[in-house]
Each structure stands twice: as structure tokens, then as C-alpha cells.
Write a protein that binds this ligand. Structure first.
Ligand SMILES: Nc1ncnc2c1ncn2[C@@H]1O[C@H](COP(=O)(O)OP(=O)(O)O)[C@@H](O)[C@H]1O
Ligand SMILES: [Mg+2]
Length: 259
């Protein structure tokens, strides 16, 4: 049975797109077939698999997530292969900036993504579908969460990384009223600066949250992440021996055993 998980946090720059691409890659390395869906108009997940020129072509074409939602067409027709055998992708478009407007007039507007993903999910082609959410808390992110079985919250280990997290938990609580089966799988701590011990405080604060799992595998700041993104690759594919690639591999293991 295909499992759907999403990466969400209303705070931008917390590592959602990086984590989504890297975890998908680590799943694929373990022989799991993954479909990644770019839910953000910034197209960072798309850019983790396609060079900029190609990503912009896709954004202008009729075959991207925005078009599927706007036309309410099943998502199976919007899938692209990537350079990796076990990873397919539904890319985003810069036009996702008007997704809230598109959703507004639609019937059962919180559940459109879930409805359009149903066929792909039930086909059983993929072991996992991973959705990268934008840094917002509106109807579209409600769609992303309602379509998912589990949500992972990437949190940046910085003084402001935790700010607003309570809103995120509250939002997930609201979505659970509509989709009770949604499971908050855990918080993944990212962008840890090894030179500062601030991260210990982040971990302590997070571990003090009742009923919230914090993954043991944390991701350190690593310039390989940026080089990988510059080369339109997940970090594991760019440099398998890098610290972050190894950490993402460990995180993926933890996620697999928590699912
Ligand atoms: N482990 C890391 N080491 C170095 N830079 C990172 C790391 N993780 C993310 N980044 C950088 O931080 C920025 C935000 O990450 P991103 O995954 O795009 O966050 P979000 O999707 O939550 O906005 C990006 O520029 C990315 O290159
Ligand atoms: Mg992002």
C-alpha cells in the first residue's frame, strides 16, 4: 500500500525541500519506489531534479501540478521520470502563487489534492509519495496535509527556528478534525551548526513538547547541500560520502521504521 508523507512548516528556510529530496533519494537507494510532488511555487524540489532551464519550461507547460489542480485532472497524467530509476516527480510551477485563488471556488476545496492523487495511490506503483509543502498555512497546505498519511516537520536549529511552531501544531490539529487519520510522524532538526551549541537548546525545547517525536538523526549544515542544489541533484546523489548525505540516509531509516 502506497504511503503518502509530506514535509511541512510554515517557516520558510527550515529545510523542507532539501529534506524531501534527500529522504526520497535515500528511500530510492533502498529500492523503494518514490513519487515526489513539488507543492511550492518556488519550485525548489523541482530544481533538485531538473536544471533551471528545464524546470522553467515545465512551469510554462501544461504538465505541472498547478495545471492538474486548476483543471482537476488525476495526477497520474502529470508524472515525469527523473535521472533516478526509483524517483518520479510531479513538478510545480511559479503559477502555484495563485493556487489559493484557484481553490477558493472549488467544491470540497480542502480535499482536491487527495481526490486527484487517489488513482496513483491505489495503483500501488509507488511505495511512497513525498510532498513538499510551501511555507504557508492556507487552504493549499490543508490540501497537502489532508492528502497525506503522515507529516514530518523540518525545523531549523536556530533561535528563530522554533518560533511559530505552535501555530503549525495547531494547524495540524485543525486538519485532523477533517482528516483524523493524519499522523504527525515527527520533527526533523536541520541546519545544525556544529560550531555552536545552540542546537542542544533546540533539542531540549523540542523534546519537552508533549507527544511530539523528535528524530534522533539531525542534519548538520553542510556545503555539499548547496553544491548539490547548484547541480540540480539531491545531496545523496551528488556526494554520497558527505556528512549531510549520511545523515539524511540515517533519517530516512528512522522514518521508514516509524511509518
Ligand atoms: N544541511 C544544510 N546545509 C547547508 N545548507 C542547507 C542545509 N539544508 C538546507 N540548506 C539551505 O537552506 C536553504 C533553505 O532550505 P530549504 O530546503 O529550501 O528550506 P524550505 O524548503 O523549508 O524553505 C536553502 O538555501 C538550502 O540550500
Ligand atoms: Mg521549500
Amino acid at each position: 500500500m502506497t504511503k503518502i508523507l509530506c514535509f511541512a512548516n510554515n517557516k520558510g528556510g527550515s529545510g523542507k525541500s532539501t529534506t524531501c529530496a534527500s529522504v526520497a533519494y535515500a528511500f530510492a537507494e533502498r529500492g523503494k519506489k518514490a513519487l515526489v510532488i513539488d507543492g511550492d511555487m518556488q519550485m525548489n524540489l523541482t530544481l533538485s531534479f531538473f536544471p533551471e532551464e528545464q524546470a522553467l519550461e515545465i512551469a510554462k507547460s501544461e504538465k505541472n501540478l498547478y495545471c492538474a489542480i486548476k483543471e482537476q485532472k488525476p495526477l497520474g497524467n502529470y508524472i515525469y521520470n527523473t535521472s533516478y530509476e526509483n524517483i518520479d516527480i510531479i513538478p510545480s510551477s511559479t503559477l502555484m502563487s495563485s493556487i489559493e485563488f484557484e481553490l477558493f471556488s472549488k467544491w470540497q476545496r480542502e480535499f482536491i489534492l487527495r481526490k486527484l492523487l487517489k488513482e496513483v495511490k491505489e495503483s500501488g506503483v509507488y511505495d511512497y509519495i513525498l510532498i513538499d509543502a510551501p511555507p504557508t498555512l492556507g487552504c493549499w497546505v490543508m490540501n497537502v496535509l489532508s492528502a497525506s498519511d503522515s507529516v514530518i516537520i523540518p525545523v531549523e536549529a536556530s533561535p528563530w527556528g522554533l518560533f511559530g511552531l505552535a501555530n503549525m501544531f495547531e494547524f495540524i490539529g485543525q486538519v485532523k478534525e477533517l482528516s483524523p487519520e493524519l499522523n504527525l510522524l515527527g520533527v526533523a532538526v536541520t541546519k545544525v551548526d556544529a560550531r555552536k551549541n545552540y542546537f542542544r537548546q533546540t533539542m531540549e525545547t523540542l523534546r519537552g513538547e508533549d507527544g511530539i517525536k523528535v528524530f534522533d538523526s539531525v542534519i548538520h549544515l553542510d556545503s555539499s547541500v548547496e553544491w548539490a542544489q547548484d547541480n540540480s541533484m539531491p545531496v545523496g546523489a551528488y556526494k554520497k560520502s558527505s556528512r549531510s548525505a549520511k545523515e539524511y540516509s540515517a533519517l530516512a531509516e528512522e522514518i521508514l521504521s516509524a511509518l
